[in-house]
Design a protein around this ligand. Structure first.
Ligand SMILES: *Cc1c(COP(=O)(O)O)cnc(C)c1O
Length: 454
């Protein structure tokens, strides 16, 4: 019998998150106020986020203590297992050892509760009573709904219209956890009404839904705030619990990876698995760290690095990031969680510094990898996770060609049990390959023309 998984006892759960700001070889460019062109201060963000989370967003402390009440909730499913994918290895027939961190074991089925729970906790501690947010396919909305239920907060989720209509199950999860789920664009906000006036049948986009949620949160006044499930520094920091646990687990079996892989939408689960390893790399370790994104939304591999808005209605600060333009409406691929026009500023910065790499994969390639995974390892992966698995397959192929052994660690960001319609479409031959046309990159450049340069 060979060891299949490494588990940590409850007592071994990491007690701090890792904040990479303290170790950056070069500081990040600050977010800018679009009106003044000056860096935004904590005061500018105060109507949107509670001050305790703003403090984390700008913190330079290397380690941030995880409060006991958050640890208690994490322990409902954490520490998550680190598993070896021996059956998949056999299928690939390459000189690789593949380890994966399984984040599908959370109640919402993905890594997203790792930040939903702290965000609900800090909002509650600050005196907030209602949180507004947006969601694409519903993973983030469902994770935050659950966290709000646990801390006794009201939760309002603006869900991209096309997903609201086509993917009802996560809306049902949100409702079960007590949240209100509103299809976006809606007539609840000026931003939504404006889009509906021009396009009554608009399928919506993440950019529009963010505008609606921010407007709704600000309009809600003193006891109302907004929450974002990816992209921001504090979100990426909360997710480092994944990489910190993985390091403890690998240490127990005396393994260190040659390659670390995560899929990247806004960048949070990739940051979560990789930032503790980036720290090692800054301190001299040699390894490769790869973010896998869709060919239809190739933010890191084809977008410019520039200041851009996080949303369509230009309500957010200007963020320094790889971007496809804030007015980008992505192709309707099935990896809903990867269809965001920007990339976390911290991931963008590390990519620019050469501490990370990026690769893009077509959706047919990713489903091919995901189905192979399901037929060997059993778990049906989320369509987003399939991008990480496609990157693992590519690395294994390279290892075979080069005749070099490699140990690969990847983040299994979530299971696909609520995304079976996507597998159904794939198996029926209904999915089409989709590469972003060059004209779209030109359009992105137009959208950010005239903005300050980072
Ligand atoms: C949301 C989601 C992603 C993408 O979001 P990131 O912020 O880039 O991590 C990836 N996988 C799953 C399962 C998701 O739910």
């Amino acid at each position: 019998m060979e060891q299949q998984k490494v588990v940590l006892a409850d007592q071994e759960i990491p007690r701090q998150w890792y904040n990479i700001q303290a170790d950056l070889p070069k500081p990040m460019s600050p977010p800018l106020h679009p009106g003044t062109g000056k860096p935004v201060g904590p005061g500018d963000l105060a109507p949107i986020f509670p001050m305790n989370l703003i403090e984390q967003e700008v913190s330079q402390e290397r380690w941030i203590d995880i409060p006991g009440e958050i640890l208690d909730k994490y322990l409902l499913w954490r520490p998550s297992p680190l598993c070896r994918a021996r059956n998949f290895e056999k299928l690939l027939d390459a000189p690789v050892k593949i380890y994966y961190k399984y984040e599908g074991s959370s109640p919402a089925g993905s890594h997203k509760p790792n930040t939903a729970i702290p965000q609900a906790y800090y909002n509650k501690a600050f005196g907030v009573k209602r949180i507004s947010t947006e969601t694409g396919a519903g993973q983030w909305g469902s994770a935050l709904s659950m966290a709000c239920a646990m801390f006794g907060l009201e939760c309002r989720v603006f869900m991209v219209r096309v997903s609201y209509d086509q993917k009802p199950y996560r809306r049902m999860m949100m409702n079960t956890w007590g949240a209100e789920c509103i299809p976006s664009p809606s007539n609840r906000t000026a931003a939504g009404r404006q889009v509906l006036a021009e396009h009554p049948d608009s399928p919506g986009s993440l950019g529009i839904a963010i505008s609606e949620a921010v407007e709704d949160a600000v309009a809600g006044g003193e006891f109302s705030r907004y929450s974002l499930g990816s992209v921001l520094n504090h979100v990426c920091m909360h997710q480092t619990i994944i990489g910190l646990e993985a390091q403890k687990q690998l240490e127990k079996i005396d393994v260190y990876p040659d390659v670390v892989i995560g899929c990247a939408g806004g960048g949070s689960n990739f940051a979560g698995i990789s930032l503790p390893f980036v720290r090692d790399k800054i301190h001299g370790k040699s390894l490769r760290i790869i973010g896998a994104e869709p060919a239809s939304c190739p933010t890191m591999t084809r977008g410019p690095f520039a200041y851009d808005f996080g949303d369509l209605a230009k309500m957010t600060p200007l963020l320094p990031m790889y971007t496809l333009g804030h007015d980008y409406v992505p192709a309707p691929i099935h990896a809903g969680g990867l269809r965001y026009h920007g990339m976390a500023p911290i991931i963008s910065h590390l990519l620019r510094l050469g501490l990370l790499e990026a690769a893009s994969y077509d959706q047919l390639e990713t489903f091919d990898a995901g189905v192979k995974w399901a037929r060997t390892e059993g778990i049906i992966p989320a369509p987003e996770t399939n991008h990480a698995i496609a990157a693992v397959v590519a690395e294994a192929r390279r290892a075979k060609e080069e005749g070099k052994e490699r140990t690969i660690l990847f983040n299994f960001s979530g299971h696909g049990m609520v995304d079976l319609a996507a597998y159904d479409a794939y198996l029926a031959g209904k999915l089409v390959p989709y590469q972003l046309p060059d004209e779209e990159i030109q359009r992105a450049l137009k959208a950010i023309a005239g903005f300050p340069k980072p």
